[in-house]
Structure formats: structure tokens, C-alpha cells
Design a protein around this ligand. Structure first.
Ligand code: ADP
Length: 222
């Protein structure tokens, strides 16, 4: 393989989640193999991806024949059928797929997937639910990027109470132990914001900090 060749992806299970992943990667110019045991699902994405194949991913011979272990990343997006999801992951692991991402249906499913060697387990419904709930509680938070279990970056609309004040007056660093990385104004990112520049209504603060401190800050500025 060429050293700078683009990564190759295989997506198994073409429900709402799997087909979105497959189509997006293909749109971004990556080589994508899409697999489902339902021929109609395969046909529905065939126009959008590099290869689309009808196959049962719990059939080890079928997976070997597809050369599945030559893919850099395989995404297992089988939702409802937990048994098939687990069997598929096990087979991919045995065949030596270097990186396996699996969509989990619930916590227990996720635990099993980790135990049998999934490199990454995702919970799209749970995570989206949390995001929506979080947004309802803190409507000023536009973006939330998890850096680790304890730290995040948030993009926050400023509350009217701090319009006209500057970063020096707000003193977020000392009061909340958080750092203002940037101020976004009219879509432009200023990564060297001046401490004495008054904030205007449209400003969005990009802040890094510990989650509990960020929550405190959000509540004060809500
Ligand atoms: P979503 O919630 O993302 O829509 P679904 O559970 O509805 O996910 O979709 C999972 C997909 O995985 C379905 O299209 C189904 O046909 C496919 N699938 C289930 N079991 C297998 C299997 N053993 N091999 C290949 N595809 C499978």
C-alpha cells in the first residue's frame, strides 16, 4: 500500500446510521465498501459508494472473500440484531481487521463489544439524546466537544448581562479556572482576543475547561 494512500473503509449494516456514514465518507472522496444482507438496502446506497455488496457479515467465509481484513477501518452498524453485531465483530477481530468501530444498542452490548476487542464503541441514540437534553438546559451552548472524560471545549453565546464587558473584567480564567481560546464574531474566529475589547451581542466565546467548571460558568451565564 502506498504510504499516503487514503484510508479505506467498510461499512456493515446499511440502516439509517450505517448508510449515513457510508455516504458521507464516499462524498468526502474515500473508498467505501458497503455491506448488508438485505439486497434492497444495498441497492439503495450502491450509486453513492465505491462497492456495494449483499452479504451476511456473520458468515466468515463471505467476509474473507470480500477481503475485509484489507480495510483500514470497518464500521459495524447493525443495530437491532445484537447477536449478529457481536458475531460480526468477533469475526472481524479474528480476521485481523486493524480498527473496528461498532454501534451499540445499549450499555451491556457496549461492554461485550469492548471485551471482544472492538476498538471503539459508539452509542448514537444515547449521545444525540444527551446533546438534545443538554441544549434544552443550556441553550447558549452551541457546540460541546469532549476532550477527555473530564475536559471539554464549548462554544457559548454570550448572555446579555455581559455585553459591553471585556475578558479582563469577566476574569473567567480565575473565577472558573477556564480559558477563553477564541472569540467568534460574525463567523470570524479571533484566536488572539484582546482582554480590553468590549464584547458585543453577536460574540461567541470558545472556552476550554473542566466539565464541572464549565457547567458552573454556563449556569452563571445562563
Ligand atoms: P439503524 O438503527 O441505523 O437504522 P438497523 O438496525 O435498522 O440500524 O439496521 C441495521 C442493518 O444491518 C439492516 O439494514 C440489516 O439488514 C443489516 N444487518 C443485520 N444483520 C446483518 C448481517 N448479519 N449481515 C449484514 N447486514 C446485516
Amino acid at each position: 500500500k502506498k504510504p499516503h494512500a487514503k484510508k479505506q473503509f467498510a461499512i456493515i449494516g446499511l440502516g439509517r446510521f450505517g448508510s449515513s456514514v457510508a455516504k458521507y465518507l464516499a462524498e468526502m472522496g474515500y473508498e467505501v465498501l458497503a455491506v448488508d444482507d438485505n439486497a434492497q438496502r444495498v441497492q439503495d446506497v450502491a450509486h453513492a459508494v465505491t462497492h456495494a455488496v449483499t452479504a451476511d457479515s456473520t458468515d466468515e467465509e463471505a467476509m474473507t472473500a470480500l477481503g475485509i481484513r484489507n480495510f483500514d477501518v470497518v464500521v459495524v452498524a447493525i443495530g437491532q440484531d445484537i447477536q449478529s453485531s457481536i458475531l460480526t465483530t468477533l469475526i472481524l477481530k479474528d480476521l485481523g481487521v486493524p480498527y473496528i468501530i461498532v454501534k451499540a444498542q445499549n450499555e451491556l452490548h457496549g461492554k461485550v463489544l469492548h471485551k471482544i476487542g472492538a476498538n471503539r464503541v459508539v452509542f448514537p441514540e444515547r449521545d444525540m439524546g444527551l446533546r438534545v437534553a443538554h441544549h434544552l438546559i443550556s441553550p447558549n451552548i452551541l457546540e460541546h466537544i469532549e476532550l477527555s472524560a473530564d475536559y471539554s471545549i464549548v462554544e457559548m453565546k454570550i448572555p446579555s448581562s455581559i455585553i459591553g464587558k471585556n475578558l479582563k473584567q469577566l476574569d473567567i480564567r480565575h473565577k472558573y479556572n477556564c480559558n477563553v481560546l477564541a472569540v467568534k464574531r460574525n463567523g470570524e474566529m479571533n484566536i488572539t482576543p484582546r482582554a480590553d475589547e468590549p464584547l458585543i451581542r453577536e460574540d461567541i466565546l470558545v472556552i476550554v475547561g473542566k466539565n464541572e467548571q464549565l457547567t458552573k460558568l454556563e449556569q452563571t451565564y445562563a
